[in-house]
Design a protein around this ligand. Sequence first.
Ligand code: 6PG
Length: 243
Amino acid sequence: MGNSGEIKIFDTKTEVFKAIAEGVLSLTQISTQAVFNIALSGGNSPKGLFEKISKEYASRIPWGRIHLWWGDERCVPPDNKESNYKMTVDYLLANIDIPDENIHRIYGEDNPEGEAERYSQELEGALILRNGIPVFDIIILGLGDDGHTASIFPDQIGLFEYDRNCAVAMHPVTEQKRITLAGKVLNNASQIYFLVTGKNKSERVEEIINDHDVAKLLPAYYISPRNGKFTWFLDKEAASLIS
Ligand code: 6PG
């Protein structure tokens, strides 16, 4: 479970972003695969990471071999300020030289149920399958201060066991529909990088890593790649409650 990951703690967010960028660079460099598939998280945390990559790694990471996907997307058009794709264009894609065909956005503007099915099938057609489930080389995940990850929220924790690759979820407060990777795809990854910064995440981090009973109600607790490596990338604020 989530408490089984390797824990890396850094003094500043910038050092967290650098460590993740270095990890992506080294994994892509040592990989002998023709294609390297990375699923990105949305929200705010990745903005600093994408800025760091844009500034210092744009010419070093082999983008021609890297295909970018998303762990989740809001059901909004791609030019909407809520769109994870739009955020990624603004903070990363506009600054790197990556072929258009390497970008696999979730069509947030389309019918959610239909798009969840379409994305599930696109994943199955493009990624290596392990136990019949698509394998990402790296999935970058964020942690909500309510313990959600991707768009699997505590009140829909059953989506972690959903039988398809992607599901339609709903934000518990805004009721905004989301498309999310289901738990079986998340836990099928070769590497999971948990990018968690800020004081407002410290309680969830402590509950999950110290395996509290209350953590068992949190989707992020169930992140535990079966055949992969799992690393928490924390700044000292998010790690402030763990010894
Ligand atoms: C999303 C994200 C979501 C995010 C967490 C943390 O679509 O919002 O994928 O899972 O990672 O909510 O969000 P912050 O990085 O903004 O704290």
